[in-house]
Design a protein around this ligand. Structure first.
Ligand SMILES: *Cc1c(COP(=O)(O)O)cnc(C)c1O
Length: 845
């Protein structure tokens, strides 16, 4: 890596780490202290050192900044000004290296850019292997094509591949690092979000076989045009032997022609019989598709158990790769029909008897086991629940049983798993390696027949099985059966939204995330936990009890209470919940209460009224406010803020600017009176988007986090999906009516479905009688008649559906704004109306 080494410890490195939370084998880990816009990996070095990590890659600046070498080689931390953020505690850290140990206790590898060093290491590692490497890029389908190729090819060869969708500047080096002596083929994904990024990925992957899945609008924001994006993607293939793509896609075809690749092409086409791979026929049946093709003058046919266009396209890309690798046609046919859907989610569900279930149906291998265990540890840490793993045999890894289960046992041990339930002959035979509470079964049926599952309680349970073991039975048995109506919350999408807004801020601007009203209906704990993991500076809730609940569940982030009640001071002091203070009455009462408890310097947040005329000190109150604050030391103003009235709407821009001016004056006046820094903030979501100049020291993100942008919804991700299941379908004659008060008039013979969601679940009654619709299998199904308390009826005439099919009330393809527009309200109200009896189910892509 061209690093300068400080330290002389003899060490072997097996694991590369970029996120300190994912540590599993400290002694064999090399930590890369990456610097992002928001965070410095170097901050976590002290903590990692405590946990046994001895090898670090960091930049010269970071090294200089917080460490200085004294004459005897002892490390001391430099003085880093301890800011108000609690996780920045380098100043109190001391490596505690005795002079005797000195330099032999660690290795610091100092480089100019740790990310580049990581990539360089991956490049060097890649150089050692001469095996075929498939590089996959494109806007959609990368992970599915990768996993399907693995399903198709792995019976005959040992394959390494990117875990999940590790395809970024950091994900790719970590993927490439997995290449080893035994591997006979590697499959890596490459994902980019801006120009110039592919070069680094191409240098690490060095694919010999290139697949371009397709080009779409995802991650478009940093590209000038689709063509530019396509050309950038194709640069992955510059030294490939063969390139695979859809020749019927004009954009791709043109770009391939323009990019002058020297590689052979297996362009497939459904139209042009002259192309190397001609798809002569695609026949969709009820639940499978029959595909005929001609390649090298030979005609063949295969089936896939899917009928959607994306799956067909993905299978054709796989077909081309298999043909290039000279897989016999009958083998292709035989394996294509057994392709399995790729589940990319880690689902978190409520289990019976207080358990939490983490269901990972993603392919079972060591790397994905590691990721899932990491996820489990993070979920169980806060709640202090027992960690349990239900694991089947891991198939087709190419490693010997002995090596594989030695590694599994190490991994499981290092993640602090307390109980393992193993299923399958191989894991059974390795039972002795697991040093913890353990149970082993030869088959899933044996496990199901035992009483074991019934006895699990208050545990966080990771369920991870190879497909052949059909662990759906296990998760079914453990799952708490709930009302069929659920609100699905996509935590990954929320994090993407968080990062979207973070990218609009100056690096030093702090952020408050609003998790009031149960995180806008999404459920506060899981949301707060995820935000805490992503190190937002503050969380804000409405009342003290919400904050106390979060504390009890293990949330340690700073929390602001927006509406402190006079009766809740004790709770706030006990749980270190920082109140907003908006008038003298509240201020005096708080001071008195804090003094009674002997508390000093308790942080509070001063609210100014700059135009909302709801709560807050007026500008004219500030001199008196300063005097009162200076006259006591129970409370200390940590921040001063105000709230916009109409930042989302250009018609109020003059007013908004006036609010900013008043805030500027009043907050400066307050700050001048105190020697310590008082954080200033005024922007909500719309403010962040529309008034970037008003960021001050901090912003408050609300609705945007939850997937609704006040300006342009297409740039952020939907987070919540309210869905239910069709209970019953019946045919109703044209002259009949549906529902209470005979409101549902039919104009034709109709198919009417009943779904178990009503106004008591938060489905507003005004949506009934045809005012709105839900989605059934992608089609609009209008509400018929009055919405009842717990059930409503929808018209599914002409929609291909049956009892048990899902109905989407709102979600990715039916934005909340469609409903809020019909109701003449705002999306906030629709989101927060979903009643608590609707179970929240969280998942992470
Ligand atoms: C709710 C709230 C926000 C967040 O507003 P969004 O429009 O959801 O971004 C910000 N500040 C205060 C004081 C709030 O009450």
């Amino acid at each position: 890596m061209g690093a300068r080494r400080v330290g002389t410890l003899e060490a072997t490195v097996d694991w590369l780490l970029t996120d300190s939370r994912s540590l599993s084998f400290p002694e064999e880990t090399l930590f890369f202290a990456l610097t992002t816009k928001r965070n410095k990996g170097a901050r976590y070095i002290p903590d990692l050192y405590e946990r046994g990590v001895r090898n670090f890659v960091l930049s010269q600046e970071d090294f200089d900044e917080w460490s200085k070498e004294t004459g005897d080689g002892r490390m001391e931390t430099g003085d880093v000004d301890s800011t108000l953020t609690s996780d920045f505690q380098l100043s109190t850290f001391n490596f505690q290296l005795s002079t005797k140990q000195g330099l032999s206790a660690f290795n610091f590898l100092i480089v100019s850019n740790p990310l580049k060093a990581l990539q360089k290491l991956a490049e060097q590692h890649r150089e050692q292997f001469q095996i075929p490497v498939i590089g996959i890029t494109g806007s959609n389908g990368k992970t599915i094509v990768k996993e399907w190729l693995h399903q198709l090819l792995s019976p005959d060869r040992i394959i390494v591949r990117s875990p999940r969708s590790y395809n970024s500047q950091i994900g790719v080096p970590l993927s490439v690092w997995q290449m080893n002596e035994e591997a006979e083929l590697a499959i890596f994904e490459a994902g980019i979000s801006e120009m110039g990024e592919m070069r680094a990925l191409a240098n690490m992957i060095k694919p010999s076989i290139g697949i371009l899945t397709n080009i779409g609008g995802a991650h478009q924001e940093n590209f000038f045009s689709l063509q530019e994006k396509c050309m950038e993607k194709l640069s992955l293939f510059k030294n490939c032997d063969v390139v695979i793509y859809n020749a019927d896609n004009e954009l791709i075809s043109n770009c391939v022609a323009k990019s002058m690749l020297t590689a052979r092409e297996i362009a497939w086409s459904c139209k042009d019989a002259e192309r190397p791979l001609y798809i002569s026929k695609i026949l969709k049946k009820e639940d499978h598709t029959v595909i005929s093709y001609r390649y090298l003058e030979m005609d063949n046919t295969f089936c896939i158990p899917f009928i959607d266009d994306a799956s067909i396209e993905n299978s054709l890309n796989c077909l081309a790769a298999c043909l290039y690798l000279m897989m016999p046609a009958d083998q292709i046919t035989e394996r294509m029909v057994r392709l399995e859907p790729v589940a990319m989610r880690l689902e978190v569900k409520e289990g019976k008897q207080g358990c939490i279930l983490i269901n990972d149906s993603y392919n079972s291998d060591l790397a994905s086991l590691d990721i899932a265990l990491d996820f489990l540890v993070r979920r169980s840490e806060a709640k202090g629940m027992k960690r349990t793993l239900i694991l089947s045999d891991i198939l087709e890894t190419g490693q010997s049983t002995t090596t594989l289960y030695r590694k599994v046992a190490q991994l499981v041990q290092s993640r602090g798993i307390e109980k393992i339930i193993g299923v399958g002959p191989e894991i059974c035979s390795s039972a002795a390696r697991f040093d913890m509470e353990k149970y082993f079964f030869h088959t899933t049926d044996e496990l199901m027949a035992s009483e074991l599952l019934n006895g699990l309680h208050n545990e966080v349970i990771l369920i991870k099985g190879s497909r052949a073991f059909n662990f759906d039975l296990v998760s079914d048995a453990l799952e708490l059966k709930v009302h069929e109506t659920i609100l699905e919350v996509n935590l990954g999408a929320m994090v993407a939204n968080l990062n979207h807004y973070r990218a609009m801020l100056r690096p030093e601007t702090k952020m408050v995330c609003m998790v009031k009203a149960s995180a806008y209906g999404a459920g506060s704990y899981e949301i707060a936990k995820t935000l805490q993991e992503h190190r937002v500076d503050y969380l804000a809730v409405a009342v003290a009890d919400e904050g106390a609940e979060l504390r009890k569940a293990g949330i340690t982030s700073s929390i602001i209470i927006m509406d402190p009640e006079l009766t809740s001071f004790k709770t706030m002091f006990d749980y270190k919940l920082e109140p907003e203070v908006y008038n003298f009455h509240l201020l005096d009462a708080l001071v008195k209460a804090a003094e009674k408890e002997g508390i000093t310097n308790f942080p509070v947040h001063i609210k100014l009224d700059t135009g909302m005329h709801r709560l807050g000190f007026a500008e004219g109150d500030v001199p008196l406010l300063i005097r009162r604050l200076k006259n006591q030391n129970a409370l200390i103003p940590r921040s001063v803020f105000s709230h916009f009235v109409g930042s989302d709407s250009p018609q109020f821009d003059a007013f908004t600017r006036q609010q900013i001016e008043i805030f500027e004056r009043a907050s400066v006046e307050l700050q001048r009176a105190f020697p310590h820094k008082i954080l200033r903030h005024i922007c909500n979501t719309a403010g962040i988007e529309r008034f970037p100049g008003a960021q001050f020291d901090m912003v408050r993100l609300g609705i945007g986090l939850y997937g609704v942008s006040p300006i342009d919804n297409s740039v952020i991700n939907n987070v919540s999906t309210l869905k239910t299941t069709i209970l019953q379908i019946r045919d109703v004659a044209a002259e009949d009516t549906v529902g209470y008060s005979r409101k549902g008039h039919l104009e034709r013979p109709s198919r009417i479905a009943a779904i178990p969601i009503g106004y008591a679940d938060g489905l507003n009654r005004h949506l009934g009688c045809g005012h709105a619709y839900c989605l059934v299998n992608g089609k609009k199904a209008p509400y018929v008649g009055n919405i009842c308390m717990d059930v409503c009826m929808i018209d599914v005439t002409g929609i291909d559906c049956q009892e048990g099919d899902p109905a989407i009330i709102f979600g990715d393809d039916l934005p909340i704004t469609v409903l809020s527009d019909v109701l003449d309200t705002i999306p906030y109200e629709v989101l927060t109306s979903v009643s608590t009896r609707v179970k929240r189910v969280y998942y992470q892509d």
